[in-house]
Ligand binder design. Structure first.
Ligand code: 0A1
Ligand code: ZN
Length: 876
């Protein structure tokens, strides 16, 4: 029972009234900010002349409303659910309103709120309606002029989108700055920041010779943590010019770091607002991973200036239009400036774990959903990451050169407009002549397609017959699926030569590395002139977001691991080989049979460890076993304990058998260089730290000494964090406890380091993890109001599989308690934290019952739309 109603794509109507220009004045006060708005409005030519005017508005106290200068009284308008309505308005008019809002009470972190004493905004998707009455939808685009008035002492810095055009002093210790943004934008790209902020400034000259001022605004103590973000920004600006011909379009580009933020960052026009975790780095406080994340998020938000801002979404069903495309762009950027194969491996490993799980669960939805209750729930791995995979397939299908022409056409044709996914795909079809009709199903069908592949070599005719059969499992609301157009990149690796064989298909040569197009439910591809028996290397570089099953033998996988010319598939062969061994061990554990390590895996690892490899980051990936979460994804029914036991057994067996090799790898990859987040250094640290983890898995004395020494050396956070993690996750409490204490005291002043300190403790495999969570929730550095803290402590614990899934149900109960509290404070974060509980169908009966019980307990509360929607789906 609830009044949370879904919105449907089918019901889209263009807005009856447009805003051409918006003027806002903010008189800032924590409990009573006054927002005055002046909107120049026009009726849509196709709207009826008696179409009422509806403006969104939530959590607003209306002070006054005037139409063309005439004050309206309560008979002239109606306050309705979610906004206000005026029955009749002229064709063109000016609407003025004054409202009051309370940023200090805003714990949802949507609209105007306070973070560490400063004011900031988050308007995507529907936060602007918490600031003023407005047609808060992306297809209403206006130019903005914004005046921010604040206390001179508390808010010396007053920022908004665009360029500052006027500033001055006011009575009572107050001052103001006026900003103008000449580019029409939807309300979701509005931003305002005010507070005691400090800037680091730099410059960039665009390809056409315009000088742009770049500023990163932070709290004073973080001034030394901006260099990497600034360098990343400049690289991204150059890359977008070189790769997409896209130039920045204002004189000023600002980034602000805030401590309380629901997501990673936000692409507001000219004024990007970042979660401090997504922008601040320092060798002593941030790991290599954090450095790389900052680089990619800075680039992502910058790239939105074109893919999102200049061309935006018609409605929120089109969210992946900007997000899928922009993630694809940031992935390509990171691949270009770092190690490309490692970037792909990392992205796919994450994708196959987390997005596959989403696509297989009760909240599965297409890349373009057709209905939602709360759009905030749809900022998902499917919209972002699967959306990016779909754009990548498009690019590969038509070729990079056509893709560039298609994107040029898209940006030119739709500049300043709010458009749809069809508009984007139509540009790609137009420039390439490709028929993308069937391809569009990727946007409409949820669920991960599975391909069963089978191959046969005919010695007599020198033919290789490859049969592929596709099926997409049913997902909620979509019982039947149609076949998709799936590009399968492949090679045939000769078992004698170890080389890629030439591919000839229906008389046509595909070179040695080609793409076949699976469009039917089942198709057989006959390769001719195949001189020797091959092992097929399928789905190279993960050419489509599918699960591919092929009955590889372990020998064939070991062969691909060393001979495949595709780096991604070499890695994947190793993962498949490890999975086969893990499957046996999971079965052994369940049946109470003694576990025996597969010597083929040991020998494959020995070969990896003894063969020099250029890209050390790739080696680190190849030496890393599939995660427990990924292994779980592969099982029909998740046995949490068996998976953990099997994986630990493999880790320990490998470490015991290859102890000397791991030791040598560790010793050979020490570096005295000053820290730099370069691909070479990162690769070296990764491989060294993987080796250390193996040594710590078997309690090796030398390994332990190295681990302690690495912690004490205190060289950089990557090494320190790894050492501390390994100590805390070991049984050596007498070493772990003082190290944790020292670390916690040293970094008590730095929230981002304390987040890591929390995570390290609650991810330990020992059975006291849950008690540690309970204890740490009382720690002065913890707060349920700060999303980073919630993620670092509660979110991280929910990833600690053996402990979260404790059979006494305490892990689930703890999460439910947190969700119930967050449902009141911050519905967006509450709904996200709920995710692990929604996957109950995957577990055994006892756990299913406990997880459902936790969900039912949440359901009994008065729920926000966010949590309501997720709970309804989870319990449907
Ligand atoms: N557009 C941003 C993501 C974002 C979405 C919603 C937010 O608040 C509820 C914040 C950020 C991006 O893709 O980076
Ligand atoms: Zn984005």
């Amino acid at each position: 029972m609830s009044d949370h109603q879904p919105v449907h794509l089918q019901e889209y109507q263009p807005p009856a009234y447009q805003v051409s220009h918006t003027e806002l004045t903010f008189d800032l006060d924590p409990a009573a900010t006054r927002v005055s708005a002046r909107l120049d409005m026009t009726r849509h030519p196709e709207a009826a002349s008696d179409a009422p005017l509806f403006l969104h508005g939530e959590y607003l106290t209306l002070h006054s409303l005037a139409l063309d200068g005439t004050v309206l009284d309560e008979g002239d308008y109606r306050l309705v659910e979610g906004g206000l309505e005026i029955a009749r308005v002229p064709e063109r008019f000016v609407l003025e309103s004054v409202v009051e809002i309370a940023p200090c009470e805003n714990t949802a972190l949507e609209g105007l709120y306070q973070s560490s004493g400063m004011y900031c905004t988050q308007c995507e998707a529907e936060g602007f309606r918490r600031i003023t009455y407005y047609p808060d939808r992306p297809d209403v685009m206006a130019t903005f002029k914004v005046t921010v008035i604040g206390d001179k002492a508390k808010s010396p810095v007053l920022l908004a989108n665009g360029n500052p055009v006027e500033r001055g002093e006011l009575d009572g210790g107050r001052h103001f700055v006026t900003w103008e943004d000449p580019h029409p934008k939807p309300s979701y790209l509005f931003a305002l920041v005010a507070g005691e902020l400090y800037k680091v400034e730099d410059g960039f000259t665009t390809q056409s010779g315009r000088d742009v001022t770049l500023q990163i605004w932070v709290e004073e103590e973080n001034l030394d943590k901006t260099a990497h973000a600034m360098a990343s920004l400049k690289r991204a600006m150059r890359w977008d010019e070189e790769t997409y011909g896209r130039e920045y379009d204002l004189d000023l580009f600002m980034i602000v770091a805030v401590n309380d933020f629901n997501m990673g960052a936000m692409e507001n026009k000219g004024l990007n607002i970042f979660n401090s975790a997504a922008v601040l780095t320092h060798p002593h406080t941030a790991t290599d991973q954090a450095f790389q994340r900052v680089e990619s998020i800075v680039a992502h938000e910058y790239f939105h200036n074109w893919s999102g801002n200049r061309v935006t979404c018609r409605d929120w069903f089109q969210l992946s239009l900007k997000e899928g495309f922009t993630v694809f762009r940031d992935q390509c950027f990171s691949a270009d400036v770092n190690s490309a194969p490692v970037k792909r491996i990392e992205d796919v490993a994450f994708f196959r774990t987390a997005q596959f799980a989403e696509d297989a669960g009760p909240t599965a939805h297409p890349v373009r959903p057709d209905h939602y209750i709360e759009i905030t729930n749809f900022y998902t791995l499917t919209i972002y990451e699967k959306g990016a995979e779909v754009v990548r397939m498009l690019c590969n299908l038509i070729g990079a050169e056509a893709f560039r022409r298609g994107s040029d056409l898209y940006f030119e044709r739709f500049d300043g407009q709010a458009v749809t996914i069809e508009d984007f795909v139509a540009c790609m079809a137009e420039v390439s002549g490709a028929d993308l009709t069937q391809f569009m199903r990727w946007y409409a069908q949820a669920g991960t397609p599975e391909i069963d592949a089978y191959g046969e070599y005919d010695y007599v005719h020198g033919e290789y017959r490859l049969t592929l059969r596709q099926r997409t499992p049913a997902t909620p609301g979509q019982p039947f699926k149609k076949p998709l157009h799936i590009p399968v990149r492949l090679g045939l690796v000769g078992t004698k030569s170890g080389q890629d064989l030439r591919l000839t298909l229906a008389g046509e040569s595909l070179g040695t590395d080609g793409v076949i197009h699976l469009r039917e439910e089942e198709q057989t591809f006959v390769f001719t002139e195949v001189a020797e028996a091959p092992v097929p290397s399928l789905l190279r570089d993960f050419s489509a977001p599918v699960k591919l099953h092929f009955p590889y033998s372990r020998e064939e996988l070991a062969f691909l691991l060393t001979h495949d010319s595709d780096g991604f598939n070499r890695w994947d062969a190793g993962q498949r080989l490890a999975m086969l061994a893990l499957d046996d061990l999971i079965a052994a554990h369940r049946n109470g049979v003694e576990k025996v390590m597969d010597s083929r895996v040991v020998e494959a690892f020995r070969l990896l460890l003894t063969t020099p490899m250029e890209d050390k980051a790739v080696l680190a990936e190849m030496l890393t076993l599939p995660s427990e979460a990924y292994i779980a994804e592969q099982q029909p029914l998740v046995d949490v304990d068996a998976i953990h036991a099997a994986r630990e057994f493999v880790r320990q067996s490998l470490a015991l058998a290859l102890r000397d090799e791991f030791l040598a790898l560790y010793e050979d990859n020490q570096s005295q260089e000053a820290y730099a987040p370069t691909p070479e250094q990162i690769g070296q640290r990764s491989v060294k730290n993987v080796a250390l983890a193996y040594l710590m898995a078997i309690d090796d004395d030398q390994g332990l000494a190295y681990c302690q020494a690495q912690f004490d050396a205190n060289h950089n956070m990557t090494d320190v964090r790894q050492a501390l993690t390994l100590l805390v996750h070991s049984e050596h409490n007498h070493l772990a406890a003082p190290a944790l204490k020292a670390f916690g005291e040293k970094w008590a002043h730095d929230p981002l380091v304390m987040d890591q300190w929390f995570t390290i403790q609650v991810t330990r495999p020992q059975s006291d993890a849950l008690e540690r969570v309970e204890h740490l929730m009382q720690h002065p550095a913890f707060s349920l109001k700060n999303p980073n803290k919630v993620r670092a402590l509660i979110g991280a614990f929910a990833q600690n599989r053996i402990n979260f899934h404790r059979l006494d149900g305490k892990g689930y109960a703890l999460l439910a308690d947190v969700v119930i509290e967050l449902n009141r404070l911050n519905p967006d974060v509450a709904a996200r934290m709920l995710t692990p509980l929604t996957r109950w169908q995957r577990f055994d009966d006892a756990r299913q019952a406990l997880m459902r019980q936790a969900l039912e307990r949440i359901k009994a509360e008065p729920l926000s739309a966010n949590v309501y929607e997720v709970i309804e789906k989870a319990l449907a």
